[in-house]
Design a protein around this ligand. Sequence first.
Ligand SMILES: Nc1ncnc2c1ncn2[C@@H]1O[C@H](COP(=O)(O)OP(=O)(O)OP(=O)(O)O)[C@@H](O)[C@H]1O
Length: 482
Amino acid sequence: STSFVGSSICQSDHLAYTKPSHQQGTLFTINGNPVDRVRFCEAIRFHKANGCILGDSFRENFCTVHYLLGRRFLEEKSVDDSREKDTESEYSHVEVSLAASGFLLFCCAVCCPCFHKERKANSHEVLPKESNSVHQVSSFEMSASCDKMPPSPFRAPPSPSRVPQSPSRYAMSPRPSRMGPLNLSMSQISAATNNFSDINQIGEGGFGIVYKGILEDGQVVAIKRAKKEHFENLRKEFKSEVDLLSKIGHRNLVKLLGYVDKGDERLIITEYVRNGTLRDHLDGTRGSILNFNQRLEIVIDVCHGLTYLHSYAERQIIHRDIKSSNILLTDSMRAKVADFGFARGGPADANQTHILTQVKGTVGYLDPEYMRTYQLTAKSDVYSFGILLVEILTGRRPVEAKRHHDEKITVRWAFDKYNEGKVLELVDPNAARERIDEKILKKMFSLAFQCAAPSRKERPDMEAVGKQLWAIRSSYLRRSME
Ligand SMILES: Nc1ncnc2c1ncn2[C@@H]1O[C@H](COP(=O)(O)OP(=O)(O)OP(=O)(O)O)[C@@H](O)[C@H]1O
């Protein structure tokens, strides 16, 4: 049985939470839909910031402690949202549960580095996949038209025909439709993809062809099939992707559902994210052109995904290929980081500042310090994120070969314009019809340049980036309400 605790209506959202009488868990709902705590707290913060009076039952410290504790804890909580107690006792609960979870690694890394087991910095072979390098930044197009900025952070849908009924972004939290890995036979996969028919093909990358599959129970999945001609070479990469993906679960990361590594087949089955890539949307080849609010939400999502990989996954994971074509969008325009083909674990020893490894990634997004020294750290992803941020604001690819030589390297062009005080000239012409506060733009570009600083020491970590983005979003929302 449950006892009512708090309920409030703000704008179009009905926020409520109930606590069982035995005090063992709290159910959070927005518009009747169960949501996890972090989503619920986001909604509370948003509505409070916009003047909604939530009442005494929504105490201020209701969310603060969880927020401080970080994403990993929040993710774990979101799985079963269990054992919610008062805020003080939750601290002790977390401390107790540390030993039994990957959160221990996080604490060791942050608080007591001496707990780390020794591990040598190894050199690593070059993975053969070089296909997503130079050639991928050679075709540049932009498109026209724009959406009007909505007055709230609720995500505007890409086109009316794809609008889900719920008006709230909080009510549309995508969740994996099943837990645990899928065990599929080749015949089931063949059936799901119409025997890998061309009609089911949704894309092709360096790894192989990606198919859309519909499983017997109706679940739609994406199936990456390794190209046979690259089989042996791809084997290591395949394993890398599977090993890493199988250990992570976050709403802003594409979820691994299963894999097949048998005979002459290498298949990765992931959740299907059906609304195309960020690059498709910047190009306007999918739905309408992204408005500023959507762009801001997307970078926040990517930032959250990366923060999780860098700081809260069981072991630090460096993605190494953050780029707009590896960001997939859902119908509600939530972003998910995809393609872990180049991903690898970060330093496991606290004394180890970096990993020495061959350079992997995509030209234009590649950390120059990593390229020069072969030293890989999570800050290489931060660099790529900075480049992505410039891309999403300007609409331009990181390298625009056909432009005048002052404009070929987008980040350099943007930096010069920024220093000349011409930040408004940097805005994606497709989104320029929106009136975006110059101060907000300056903050966004300034953050992008910090991330894309030449030396990794000057770059913030993703958690710090997240805080800055949240602050930018708050001022953006305040101003758009004025
Ligand atoms: N989980 C998915 N859901 C929906 N579409 C996907 C999914 N994964 C990939 N795709 C589509 O397939 C295309 C190819 O993806 P893939 O990750 O193989 O290559 P890429 O990232 O574009 O290139 P590369 O691997 O060379 O960097 C993507 O651009 C996207 O359109």
